[in-house]
Write a protein that binds this ligand. Sequence first.
Ligand SMILES: Cc1ncc(COP(=O)(O)O)c(C=O)c1O
Length: 446
Amino acid sequence: MAGTETALLAGLTPQELDSYWMPFTGNREFKRNPRLVVAAQGNYYQSADGRKILDGVSGLWCCGAGHNRPEIAQAVSEQLGRLDYAPAFQFGHPLAFKLAHRLAALAPEGLERVFFSNSGSEAVETALKVARAYWRQKGRPEKSKLIGRVKGYHGVNFGGISVGGIGPNRKLYGTLLDADHLPHTLLPENAFSRGIPAHGAELADQLEERVALHDASNIAAVIVEPFAGSAGVIVPPAGYLERLREICDRHHILLIFDEVISGFGRTGHRFGSDAFGVTPDIMVVAKGLTNGAVPMGATLVRTEIYQTFMEQGGPGYMVEFPHGYTYSAHPLACAAGLAALELFEREHLADRARELAPYFEEALHSLKGSELITDIRNIGLAGALQIASWPGEPARRPWEIAMRCWEQGIYVRYGGDTIQLGPSLVSKQEEIDRLIDTLGRVIGEL
Ligand SMILES: Cc1ncc(COP(=O)(O)O)c(C=O)c1O
């Protein structure tokens, strides 16, 4: 269907279509050929041209419990009728404390203090600022360097792209924060591994090299995603995260896990931290926290970190951590978060994901054999296909695959030379089959 026709179906004029500068989107192509969704229910979107589209990425990895859960809608709507907004600074509202407590109870042991923000990117910035400020409060201001990882994604703000390791997200923005990067863990010998790859734990020792180069006295923190999501589900080799943890401990470097994708059941465990048996000092979450219904991010820290700020805070009325957002712990986000966590626990969503994961793994790996697919990776209900590059035009082929999939009634995500899948945690086997069958057919037709 022609672009203007689809837009008209959604009640949009060409001028309206033009006004919106879309994020992470090829705007020129989109506006020629808009892909508009107008409703969602369960695991399906409804497109403007009236088709039912199977959602293969839980929105953007955020709607793990499926779309439009009435429990969340009702909680948000009731909250809106009661208290639309409460000042975030110096005053509070009860749901913020309740949600912090509930989240801390769900999180790995020791991560007991919760700072709220409005997105994964903001939660990352909060984590990086906590890390630097913590060392200053400890009388070690020189410990300020941040270490990320190549292919890591930590949102789009300046701190996040500084530690992030995706070149195109960094190149336009000039001087970034003082950061260095560990190598990524994508090894040819691990291609087509099912779940956690066997080789490469020693890549964590690269942190020792960074310590040798910069000295631990200058390093505040290391930040990694337990598995890299946006770069195409790069699962760390067995033993890698344990080794990172051990090196951080030995050198008094804080370890931050960015669990914006890996949190809330995606790995088949509550958090990536639980899946890999490694607890960070600081954990970043967002997305699934409200099941995508209202924007919210959170940064969880060990009690000792929080206490350090309290002890150094001066008189009781003084602000211990000069940081925060107008919409930190927004009442609507808190209502959505509490309802989403209630669903998450009541419906045992992490267990459901773990039960479905072997089926998903089997289905995904059945695509092996096409010469265009050079690797398949998975953990829990996250999976990715590495697609052979179109000569000179990386990302072109995955883009084409994703667009053809959309035409054939499934939504999958592409990023770089990968196709990514993150079906909801309440997916049915038939829906996994449909995703994989459609993908296989589309790739076969290229
Ligand atoms: C690991 C990770 N960190 C941070 C972010 C940024 O989150 P947001 O887009 O909500 O700012 C994302 C988003 O995909 C992410 O995957």
